[in-house]
Design a binder for this molecule. Structure first.
Ligand code: LMR
Length: 334
């Protein structure tokens, strides 16, 4: 081979290597909620700091609002490597066999964010994130949303008011038991389909934190919203494990930092966003907001506590006891 040809080959190889080195690592981050929600804003924040701190070596493409995948499909897509990051609600892990996450769906298990954080930010949280390894998922952190309200076209003040109502739930056995304990008929449905199902009367009501009710405009097709705080809905920030583990070491350090900082961002924002959205619903006049009296709330707790017992074997008695211990939840008090 002539020397000139060798040089030409060498130069071409160098240029190809340089081009490859400049190719950013692309992270597709898919989620099902609106941009202007705790999860939506935290995903955008993660994108911003990840791209800035890696000086463009990482590109994060955020796909909100079920644009790319609906909630069940997005987990499959992550496992297949079609997307690299997600932040599904905890309820979404039960159907894939990680039943321990169903503990988060239990009625009244956390009184407030402080109690929740003792679990999500402590050793139990770490243990739960590790549980995802066997599914090819790297559990990175917990992102807050908030405590749920119930909505319908009739006022929901007492458990009896639920009788016969078709209530949309996520695909969670615990949420199924919860609606049945209230006398309602649970209907599993993808998040992206709830607005239309409420509008057309396919379901009568639903539950979610206010931020979702507001940003999906569900309150426009629901006459009453009860501030029941009967359960919690939040997220696990996750990545495809193979992808996450194979990141170059320097990038991985930066992204771990971005996860930590966006988790703080998400968790500082969640309550504020839900409070603001409640005010917006109130001002809209489209839904009437119902606050429960202490007696009414106690009636909800009494009706719903059996769900803890009914779910104990599925979730694991030991895990449940350790959560109760951490939060001070005392089933005997009801
Ligand atoms: C739902 O399906 O109601 C929630 O998981 C939506 C979300 O991700 O907040």
């Amino acid at each position: 081979m002539k020397l000139r040809t060798v040089f030409a080959f060498f130069a071409a190889a160098c240029m190809a290597a340089a081009a490859l080195a400049q190719q950013p690592i692309v992270i597709k981050f898919s989620h099902v909620v609106a941009l202007d929600t705790p999860k939506g804003l935290a995903a955008e924040y993660f994108k911003k700091i990840a791209e800035e701190r890696t000086r463009g070596r990482v590109k994060v493409e955020v796909y909100p609002n079920s644009q790319l995948y609906k909630d069940k499909e997005e987990l499959e897509a992550l496992q297949l490597g079609a997307v690299q990051m997600l932040a599904p609600s905890m309820a979404k892990f039960g159907p894939m066999g990680v039943r321990e996450y169903e503990a988060f769906d239990l009625p009244y298990i956390f009184d407030d964010y402080k109690e929740l954080h003792r679990v999500t930010q402590g050793p139990i949280g770490q243990l739960l994130l590790k549980k995802l390894d066997s599914k090819g998922i790297a559990g990175l952190a917990f992102w807050d949303n908030g405590f749920k309200v119930m909505s319908a076209n009739k006022p929901l003040r007492m458990p009896d008011d639920f009788k016969g109502l078709k209530m949309r739930i996520q695909s969670s056995k615990v949420l199924d038991l919860q609606m049945r304990a209230l006398g309602a008929i649970p209907q599993v449905m993808a998040f992206s389909e709830v607005y239309q199902a409420l509008q057309t009367g396919v379901v009568d009501g639903t539950e979610n934190p206010v931020s979702n009710l507001y940003t999906q405009k569900m309150y426009e097709v629901q006459k009453y919203v009860t501030l029941s705080d009967h359960g919690y809905l939040g997220y696990a920030l996750i990545a495809n494990k193979k992808f996450w583990d194979s990141l170059p070491a320097d990038i991985r350090v930066i992204l771990d930092g971005a996860v930590k900082d966006s988790t703080k961002f998400a968790n500082d924002l969640a309550q504020k966003k839900n409070d603001e959205d409640l005010e917006s619903i109130r001002k809209s006049g489209k839904s009437q907001i119902i606050t429960l009296t202490p007696q009414e709330k106690m009636a909800w707790k009494k009706a719903l506590f059996k769900v803890h017992r009914e779910s104990e074997a599925r979730i694991g008695k030991e895990l449940l006891q350790s959560i109760y211990k951490e939060t001070g939840f005392d089933p005997g008090k009801l």
